[in-house]
Every structure is written in structure tokens, then in C-alpha cells.
Design a protein around this ligand. Structure first.
Ligand code: PGA
Ligand code: ZN
Length: 420
């Protein structure tokens, strides 16, 4: 009798313990049972990859964007092509468990050399989504649950370069003319970005220089580089006065795209040596009150970047995108050469979220600002908002309009709402 009672008592404890175990699944480490990919279209109607993972709790997916004005030192997007990556994914043996962000290191060891950077980013994103769901956390909490700082948005209003069609046979050489509102609330900065793009469009229309939207949904125009800077500067001043908020402007020159041994400008035509290019860039920052200058020099010119950084004396961020390609070694080289004061982070440039984390840690140590960034060919994936918040990035560059760009902005606004 007593023995039966004890057995029943033990059984009830076991059931209670099991209930507790199931209710809080963070006690389980996650196992990936299956991985597969499919081809999807990005915003440019080009092929990219969406990856699915199956765990004990369900199926989770994430997709990767794709770049067009890529840095020469980026990791390959696919190992040979998207089909081979999809084949390789099916054969991956993930016989280990995953609990936290750092466990992505195990994933990277397995996939290195088997799939490209686009696929690794999508796979790691799907894994973070699954783990966040299973631990009842937000994705950013897996990166850093103490994160509290919202980044400032960086939005592309008017475009040129590789992302933009000609309008009346012309386009600016610089790839992006950017607005960076610094309102206290992210949602207010998003409103100001939209307003700025709308006003810039009206101003181009009055000048009969308004083309259609480009790859990133920025305005195409026939205006010359400095004429566009004039529009941006004027519109910024007006909006700043109207809103009483601080609003900065910037350029992504993407200068490797018009460098052929010399800087070969088409609109207007001129040809500059590296020395003249640094002088010209510095002059632009002064004449148009530019706060942000991305890739002002070609992607191998660490010393040209350094000269410019010294010249602008902290008034303007000198930002490395193609120069760094989200590569830790190139980032450290730039830090030691004093080349940059800010770095672009594009996880599919290097195919390693662990690598991105290392750059963020070094950036904080060496006082370099961080900018989490989209690519020109985007998907509806919003995970870079979680990553930007989790890594406490200073900025997030997402573009302004279009569902792919707005997916990231909406997610950031959601995070801001949850935090307040
Ligand atoms: P990409 O360009 O995504 O086409 O490489 C974006 C950028 O240069 O910032
Ligand atoms: Zn860039």
C-alpha cells in the first residue's frame, strides 16, 4: 500500500517536472533535422535563395539579398551557382545542438567552402529565428538581451551609378544621395526620411530632371553630382527648419565603380588622380555640409581614405563599404591605417555572422561607428533590424520606400515600440 502510494507520488513529480521541461523549451538545445533551399526573386527580379530549416518545433525560413555594386573582396555569393548551393544544403550533416548566438560558429565550421555567403547568411538567419521562437525570445535578444539603443536610419533619396538607369541620357556618378534624420524616436526619423525623398522628388520635377525610381527606389535624375548635392542640401535645410530636428545628408560615392586607374567622372566629365579625388571629396563635404561619405576612394586605397579622414577633421564620417567588405582582417587593416571612422556591415559580404560580431566588437573598442546595411537587391527579410538593434549599431541603412525596404523599417519601429 505504502509502496503504491510512493510510486504514484514519484510519478506525479515526474509529470510535473516534464510539464515544466516542455513549458520552458529553453532547456532543450535545438537540433536541425533537415535543411533545404529554394530560389526566389529579389526586388530587382533576380534570383536569390530562401533557406528552410526543420527542427523538432517546426519549419523556419529566411532569405538573402544580393548586391550589384559589389566589393572585389566580397566572399562569393554562391559556391558556384545557386543550384549547387541548394544541392550542398541537402547533404549538410548538422549533427550538433544549438543554443545561443555563439553556436553559429559550429554551423560556420560545417558550411565553410560548401555554400556561398548568401546561403550562409540565410541559413544562419533561419537558425536564429528558430532558436528565438523556441526560447520565446526576440531575435535581437539572442545577440544581446541587454541591447537598448536604437540606430539612426540612413535612407537613399536620389541615385546614380550602377543602381540607376539613365534619364535623358544622363545620371549622377555617385551611387547614393542619402538622408540621415536624427530625431529622438526612430519612427519620427522614418517619417522625415519619407518627407525628404518626397520633397527631393518635387524639386527634381520642377527642374525637369526627375527620372523613375532605381534599384533601391531612389529617384533617378539627369542632374550632375553637385546639382544633386544642392537639391539635397536645400531640402535638408528646409525640412530641418520645419521639423526642428537634426537632419544630416551623405553620399555613397561607390567610387570603385568609376575608377579605372583614375577617377573618371561622366556627369560632368572630368578625370581625377587619387590626390585630386581626396581634395575634391573634402571640398564637397565643406561646400554642402556633408556628414557621411561612403567609399569616397577606390576599394584598395587605404591611405587615400586616411588622408581624407584626416582632412575632414571629424566633421564627416568616412565610411568603408567596398573597402572593408565586412571582412575582419580588412577592417583591422583600415583601423591601423586610420582609414575610416565608420564601417558598413553586410552579413552576406562575408558569409559569417560571427565575423560581423567580431567587427562590431573591434569597432566599439576603436571608436568606429557601425552601419548595418541592406543590399540593392532586397527581399522581405527583416532580420537586419534585429541584428542592428542587438549589436547596438549606430545606424541602419535600409532605403526608404518599397515593401522590401519598409519591412526592415517596420521591424525596427516594432522593436522601438516594444522597448518603450
Ligand atoms: P550593393 O550596393 O548592394 O549593390 O552592393 C549597395 C552599396 O554600395 O551600399
Ligand atoms: Zn556602399
Amino acid at each position: 500500500m505504502q509502496k503504491r502510494f510512493i510510486n504514484a507520488f514519484l510519478a506525479s513529480i515526474e509529470i510535473e517536472a516534464m510539464d515544466f521541461y516542455i513549458a520552458d523549451s529553453s532547456y532543450f538545445k535545438m537540433r536541425i533535422k533537415e535543411v533545404y533551399g529554394r530560389k526566389i526573386e529579389d526586388s530587382r527580379k533576380e534570383r536569390t535563395i530562401e533557406i528552410f530549416i526543420k527542427t523538432e518545433t517546426g519549419v523556419y525560413s529566411a532569405s538573402s539579398p544580393s548586391g550589384k555594386s559589389k566589393g572585389r573582396n566580397e566572399a562569393p555569393s554562391f559556391i558556384r551557382d545557386i543550384d549547387l548551393d541548394m544541392q550542398m544544403l541537402k547533404d549538410l550533416k548538422m549533427d550538433f545542438s544549438i543554443d545561443c548566438f555563439e553556436d553559429l560558429e559550429k554551423v560556420e565550421k560545417i558550411v565553410k567552402g560548401k555554400i556561398g555567403a548568401n546561403s550562409i547568411f540565410a541559413l544562419e538567419s533561419a537558425i536564429l529565428k528558430a532558436r528565438a521562437f523556441e526560447r520565446k525570445k526576440e531575435i535581437w535578444e539572442l545577440v544581446n538581451e541587454k541591447a537598448r539603443k536604437l540606430p539612426h536610419p540612413v535612407g537613399n533619396c536620389i541615385g546614380g551609378g550602377m543602381h540607376t538607369p539613365l534619364f535623358n541620357g544622363k545620371k549622377p556618378d555617385f551611387q547614393e544621395f542619402l538622408v540621415i534624420p536624427k530625431a529622438r524616436k526612430f519612427i519620427d526619423s522614418v517619417f522625415l526620411m519619407k518627407k525628404m525623398q518626397e520633397n527631393a522628388g518635387k524639386s527634381l520635377k520642377i527642374k525637369r530632371a526627375l527620372g523613375r525610381l532605381n534599384d533601391e527606389n531612389a529617384w533617378a535624375t539627369s542632374l550632375e553630382n553637385e546639382q544633386v548635392l544642392n537639391v539635397m542640401n536645400n531640402e535638408r535645410d528646409k525640412l530641418e527648419a520645419e521639423s526642428s530636428e537634426k537632419i544630416e545628408i551623405g553620399i555613397d560615392a561607390a567610387s570603385s565603380s568609376f575608377y579605372t586607374g583614375l577617377y573618371n567622372y561622366k556627369n560632368p566629365r572630368k578625370c581625377l588622380t587619387a590626390d585630386k579625388q581626396t581634395d575634391y571629396m573634402q571640398e564637397l563635404t565643406e561646400n554642402y555640409d556633408i556628414y557621411y561619405l561612403e567609399d569616397p576612394m577606390q576599394e584598395e586605397d587605404f591611405s587615400g581614405f586616411a588622408k581624407l579622414r584626416e582632412g575632414v577633421k571629424g566633421r564627416c564620417l568616412i565610411v568603408g563599404d567596398d573597402l572593408i567588405t565586412s571582412n575582419v582582417e580588412r577592417f583591422l587593416k583600415a583601423v591601423y591605417a586610420n582609414s575610416i571612422s565608420a564601417v558598413i556591415l553586410k552579413p552576406n559580404q562575408c558569409g559569417s555572422l560571427i565575423g560581423i560580431k567580431k567587427i562590431v566588437q573591434y569597432a566599439k573598442k576603436y571608436d568606429i561607428a557601425t552601419i548595418m546595411s541592406h543590399r540593392s537587391g532586397e527581399t522581405n527579410e527583416s532580420i537586419i533590424a534585429d541584428l542592428a538593434f542587438g549589436f547596438s549599431c549606430d545606424f541602419i541603412k535600409t532605403g526608404i520606400i518599397g515593401k522590401e525596404r519598409e519591412a526592415k523599417l517596420s521591424r525596427m519601429i516594432e522593436i522601438e515600440r516594444e522597448m518603450s
